[in-house]
Design a protein around this ligand. Sequence first.
Ligand SMILES: [Cu+2]
Length: 111
Amino acid sequence: MKNLKLGLLPTSLYFLCLFLFGATFSPAPPKVHTVEISQMRFNPDTLVVSKGDTIVFVNKDLVTHDVTEVSGKSWKSPALTSGDTWRMVALKTTDYFCSYHPVMKGKIEVK
Ligand SMILES: [Cu+2]
């Protein structure tokens, strides 16, 4: 019986710490933001997010668009036909554009 009690003590402490630190220090849960693509524009064209937030691009235009990083083109969405959505996780501030219509520009600002 005594051994059982001693065995449970570290487990209890673990859960107590998890509760105390988890409640105090966990960052805000990631948010989901939506950028609508309509009338040849990204709306909003500048989006301020927190690191780790998800951004969902929704193509509400009749023509195909995409979302392509400006510098380095290290990421790019597939072609988004009308009604398509594409999501990404924001990790750093970045400018993007539509490679089909380079006049379409947008910015993700990670604070
Ligand atoms: Cu486009």
